[in-house]
Design a protein around this ligand. Structure first.
Ligand SMILES: [Cu+2]
Length: 488
């Protein structure tokens, strides 16, 4: 008996020892600092082919499909639109009617959501209208918003993280006639470069791994970076100024973009369009779904890397959530002679929405996997908004996990962030906002049109695991006096 007891005790000690060793290993292991070799030319997503029909509508086709990709780990099974990974860049001009024919060649249902786009709820690609395997959906609307770097990605119920992680994402660039757009670098793929950033983790067989990291409350945190699907990329630059359209298309990771030598760059645009004027910054932080347009000045012959540096504080939770990791992103290689270019002093003057004009103020607290203590319910409208009114939404993060607040249909302006006036990177049009732990934000939006009592728009956390686990609500835009009658 005593022998068995001793043996049991010995086994227990070994097990405990293993656990302690694992914990010690974790706490001693430094945060990631991933360096790239910058040996591959950056892939620039092709501009999507389009035709204009007899009614003047610009027609695109997108087909979600599986394929094989090479990221330096042999053959990796991935998903893409019209190809094996990511999708082409859709491009259309303000005022243009567009039609996108989406078809699904995957073995599971999907949707396509036009992130940042102002459009009718029925065209928005939310989880209410899944496109089954072999099925299709025609999204049609008229572009009615300022030029901006938008993107598209799946938004099905509970499978968004997986589908985006496999490679379903692409850019949607909106153009307009503002003189500032032509004063800024605007030659796509030459001096106006899309930089769609994703972190990935590969298993021993070269496949995308979704194992996740110990302690992460936000999902998979990869240890490799792909930019437009290219690992360790460089890009050749032939002008003194280069515009980078930064898109955080990851599922969970927060980036803090900076140049390796610390030089400042000009922030010229945020999610929904250009700022009033360029703001000189030495870093810009983007949570999941956020975008920034920056302009970098280069000298002849030099090489400088865009990096992501520490994005969060030094506490344990930040470390669990990858907030102290650093990565090389993209090397800019300036040619021996550069075409002269100058940064415009002013961009696009945007009138500020006035909180005194708000018809409604609403409060939303993000905590756990719930908004105001509730999970997503497709039968329940969480807010009924009267068309052609302005609303103030106070959004707060009630706990220690980072969240990323995204609202469909509208671009908003930030009134306050943590009780203070917004910094430059939050001063322009936004559709996605990083919710720092234990912080409150106040935003204002105008719901100008597209009343539809039968179809809801979403608002949610854009950390995709959180969204999939129900951290989402819905709002319905109605005519004055109308009641919502959700069809689902
Ligand atoms: Cu979240």
């Amino acid at each position: 008996m005593r022998k068995w007891l001793l043996a049991g005790l010995a086994v227990l000690l070994v097990l405990c020892g293993g656990g302690v060793a694992a914990l010690v290993y974790f706490f001693v292991r430094p945060p990631l600092d991933v360096r790239a070799d910058f040996t591959r030319p950056l892939r620039v997503p092709p501009l999507a082919a389009s035709t204009v029909d007899a009614q003047g509508r610009r027609m695109f086709d997108l087909r979600a499909q599986p394929g094989d990709s090479d990221f330096g780990h042999g053959t990796t099974r991935t998903w893409g639109y019209n190809g094996s990974f990511l999708g082409p860049t859709l491009r259309a001009k303000r005022g243009e009617p567009v039609v996108v024919n989406v078809s699904n060649a995957l073995a599971e249902s999907t949707t396509v959501h036009w992130h940042g786009m102002h459009l009718p709820a029925a065209m928005d690609g939310g989880p209410h209208r899944p496109i089954p395997t072999g099925g299709s959906f025609q999204a049609a609307w008229t572009i009615d918003q300022p030029a901006a770097t938008l993107w598209y990605h799946p938004h099905p119920g509970e499978r968004t993280a997986t589908q985006v992680y496999r490679g379903l994402a692409g850019l949607f660039i909106v153009d307009d006639d503002e003189p500032a757009q032509r004063a800024l670098p605007h030659d796509y793929g030459v001096d106006d470069i899309p930089v769609l950033v994703q972190d990935k983790e590969f298993d021993g067989g070269g496949q995308l791994s979704t194992g996740g990291r110990f302690g992460s409350d936000i999902g998979v945190l990869g240890d490799e970076i792909l930019v437009n699907g290219t690992p360790g990329p460089y890009v050749d630059v032939h002008s003194q100024l280069v515009r980078l359209r930064l898109v955080n298309a990851s599922t969970a990771r927060i980036y803090n973009f900076a140049l390796a030598d610390g030089r400042p760059f000009a922030l010229v645009g945020t999610d929904g369009g250009l700022l009033d004027k360029p703001a000189m910054l030495d870093h810009v932080r983007l949570s999941v779904g956020e975008r920034a347009e920056i302009v970098v000045a280069l000298s002849p012959g030099e090489r400088v890397a865009l990096r992501s540096v520490r994005a969060l504080g030094s506490d344990l939770e930040s470390r669990f959530n990858g907030g102290q990791d650093a990565f090389d992103i993209l090397q800019l290689r300036a040619a021996a002679t550069l075409r002269p270019a100058t940064l415009p002093a002013t961009l696009v003057a945007t009138p500020r929405l006035d909180p005194a004009q708000a018809a409604q103020t609403r409060n939303f607290q993000f905590s756990g996997r719930e908004i105001n203590g509730r999970k997503m319910d497709m039968t329940r409208p969480d807010a009924v908004v009267v068309k052609d009114t302005t609303e103030v939404w106070n959004v707060s993060n009630g706990h220690g996990t980072p969240h990323s607040f995204h609202i469909h249909d509208v671009q908003f302006q930030v009134l306050t962030a943590g009780g203070a006036a917004p910094p430059p990177e939050l001063s322009g049009w936004k559709d996605t906002l990083f919710l720092e732990p234990h912080r409150e934000y106040s935003v204002i939006a105008r719901f100008a049109d597209y009343a539809d009592p039968t179809t809801a728009y979403m608002f949610h956390c854009h950390v995709l695991r959180h969204e999939d686990e129900g951290m989402m609500g819905q709002f319905v835009v109605v005519e004055r006096g109308q009641q919502p009658q959700l069809r689902h």
